[in-house]
Write a protein that binds this ligand. Structure first.
Ligand code: MIC
Ligand code: SF4
Length: 649
């Protein structure tokens, strides 16, 4: 039987296990990327594991999120990351070099490889034909220490592309928005999305990367394109043709599911507030006033996208009420735009040019005004993520962004009467890696420097047999990790300090959460109850570590998002599911639940009786831990588990 691209790469990296959906597999990992906001914990965890040097072919530590230096904290973190990379044999991408996913695509991603990243948009690398998966920091640290990447084999969903986009007005962003409208933020859970069909050849690597980047919003484990002549072309232009291998699905390859998409039928789309799957054709909501426009992020930061933006802005001016912010995704893109005078065209039109970093995408500055409409070429529009809770954030392609900035209203780019140039990928990029520090051979005299805001990683005690705990919060469906552990300029600097960041847990939903959790800690701790797709969004393990620090023992929901569930397990919090979803109604916030015989249940049939002591009712809850995860939760998480294994080797 023929193989699809995913099966081919998994086969070549398989350490153990079968490729049948649901079975446990271990994979050899070639590359690991970390970024600063998740990376400080990751490198502290790597240090705690006690291995001297990273064991993967390529590890890269990026600085791109925590770039606003309003006091010593972020700068101290950058110094820690630089010295840790030097000590442990990783590359270090200095602040200013760009957003991890864009830089990784340019300088490291390679077809046929497997890469992990401590960021949910790591699948950007799928545009290059590699398996690139977002994971929590501890997962990445153990893999860098030499462990295989262990997951349940996802299903493979083929998106069969036919036709061609009606470029330049309609772009790759509209493809992924269309898929989000079709499949929703839960549609990709437990799946890898493999793109195939004749439409693939019509998309460049950077267009493909936009699509795989935002596959994260579908909840997919990752997304991948084949590696073909376009892949070779991109690698050549980056001076890396030696990294090319061809990768295509066999003609008789089998998929678990197939979805057809005619690129020629894709419309100009936008995701409305406050979810990336709240997608609608722009024409249906045209006319609304626009206050702010932000262009960039890891989703739409390529050179062709940015050059298109510049050429559209050339010789024009913004309406007096519109603020336009642009952050080119990498130094490479920024430098090329500058040398060609294109930044000047942006500035002349009135755009505010930001540094190459995540910036407004993660609320690091450029927060919109009260109730303002902000149009962004980014990938997430969760409520409050921009830094302004009542802002109305829409996601759309960069061409639509420019048109809306110039018109000051929501308008389909085809209806605006503004010329849109067609910009091709360049023959060659400017290659200037002077902000990319290579690993050192001799690290004996390197000293890791930690500022006063950098605290140790907390470790949980082993699992208890009985949990009697208060329901600290009952949430609805699709709770994001931004809801659990907010980001933004105020909170992000505490990413290396768990006691301090814990005060912000669930802040946007309930300001009293952390104080109530602290109070419940001595009485057995807390439980969080949720609906479907709990923990969607980012890979930040702080959404598990901080609740753990606050004494949360278990999270009981209808279903979990993949990375967050893994992070809970990695930090010893029991991820529980309702055996019968209707029992969700039997719990109110403030109730006390007792779950007993947990240790036997984890080792046995994973069914537990939960008693709502407050209401005097019982119901069944379950866990679906695989053998490795059982060990992890019993031991109190991946860190104690890994340390013990390293010591007993
Ligand atoms: C995001 O886009 O939400 C982030 C910020 O990049 C996160 C990582 C983080 O929280 O540091 C992600 O996507 O994983
Ligand atoms: Fe940065 Fe935004 Fe991309 Fe996350 S989604 S890596 S915050 S640009």
């Amino acid at each position: 039987m023929g193989k699809n691209v995913v099966q081919k790469i998994f086969d070549a990296h398989r350490v153990y296990g079968e490729l049948t959906p649901g079975s446990q597999i271990g994979l050899k990992v070639d590359q690991v990327l970390t970024q600063d906001a998740t990376g400080t914990m990751t490198w502290l965890e790597f240090e705690a594991i006690g291995i001297e040097r990273v064991q993967v072919e390529t590890a890269v530590s990026y600085v791109d999120h925590n770039m606003l230096q309003s006091n010593f904290m972020n700068a101290d973190d950058h110094q820690f990351l630089r010295t840790a990379a030097a000590k442990f044999g990783a590359w270090f991408s200095r602040p200013g070099n760009g957003i991890c996913h864009q830089v990784h695509l340019e300088r490291f991603a390679a077809p046929g490889k497997i890469g992990l990243g401590t960021d949910s948009h790591t699948p950007t690398g799928g545009g290059m034909g590699m398996i690139a998966v977002g994971v929590g920091g501890l997962e990445a640290a153990t893999v860098m220490a030499g462990a295989p990447f262990e997951i349940s084999m996802p299903k493979v969903l083929k998106v069969n592309l036919t036709g061609a986009l009606r470029k330049p007005h309609i772009t790759a962003m509209d493809v992924i928005l269309t898929l989000l409208q079709k499949l929703t933020v839960k549609g990709g859970v437990g799946k890898i999305i493999e793109y195939g069909g004749p439409g693939v050849a019509t998309l460049s690597v950077t267009e493909r990367a936009t699509i795989t980047n935002m596959g994260a919003e579908l909840g997919a484990t990752t997304s991948i394109f084949p590696s073909d002549a376009n892949t070779l072309r991109f690698l050549k232009s980056e001076g890396r043709e030696k990294d090319w291998v061809e990768l295509a699905a066999d003609a008789d390859a089998v998929y678990d599911e197939v979805v057809d998409l005619d690129l020629g039928a894709v419309e100009s789309m936008t995701a409305q507030p406050h979810s990336p799957d709240n997608v609608i054709a722009i024409r249906q909501i045209a006319g609304k006033r626009v206050d702010q426009v932000c262009i960039g992020s890891c989703t739409n930061s390529s050179y062709p996208a940015m050059k298109t933006v510049a050429l559209m802005l050339k010789g024009k001016s913004l309406p007096e009420w519109v603020n336009l912010m642009i952050n080119p995704g990498s130094k490479q893109v920024y430098e090329m735009l500058s040398r060609e005078g294109l930044i000047a065209d942006m500035i002349a039109a009135g755009a505010r040019i930001l540094e190459s970093s995540c910036g407004p995408c993660i609320g690091m500055g450029a927060a919109p005004g009260s109730g303002h409409v902000s149009i962004r070429s980014f990938n997430r529009n969760f409520q409050g993520r921009s830094g302004t809770k009542d802002a109305q954030v829409y996601l759309t392609n960069p061409v639509a962004c420019v048109v809306m900035a110039l018109k000051g209203e929501i308008i389909d780019p085809r209806d605006a009467g503004i010329d849109v140039p067609t910009v091709a990928e360049p023959e060659s990029f400017i290659i200037n890696d002077n902000l990319l520090i290579p690993p050192k051979a001799d690290t004996s005299d390197v000293i890791i420097v930690k500022g006063p805001n950098i605290k140790d990683v907390p470790v949980k005690e082993p699992l208890k047999d009985t949990i009697t705990a208060e329901v600290l919060l009952k949430t609805g469906d699709n709770i994001t990790t931004d809801d659990i552990m907010p980001a933004g300029a105020r909170v992000l600097p505490f990413r290396s300090n768990i006691p301090a960041i814990s005060e912000f847990v669930f802040e946007n939903i309930d300001r009293t959460f952390s104080s109530r959790a602290e109070a419940a800690k001595n009485k057995g701790g807390g439980i969080v109850v949720g609906g479907e797709n709990y923990g969607q969004g980012s890979s930040r393990e702080h959404a598990a570590i901080a609740p753990m620090h606050l004494g949360v023992q278990a999270v009981l929901v209808k279903s979990f998002a993949r990375i967050h569930r893994a992070n809970l397990v990695n930090f010893g919090i029991l991820p529980l599911l309702f055996a019968n979803e209707a029992d969700y109604a039997k719990i109110d916030q403030g109730d006390v639940l007792t779950i007993s015989n947990i240790l036997g249940g984890v080792r046995g049939d994973q069914r537990y009786t939960a008693e709502n002591v407050t209401k005097g009712v019982e119901f069944e809850v379950i866990s679906n831990l695989n053998d490795r995860e059982k060990e992890l939760v019993l031991k109190g998480g991946l860190l104690p588990y890994t340390k013990e294994r390293a010591l007993t080797k």
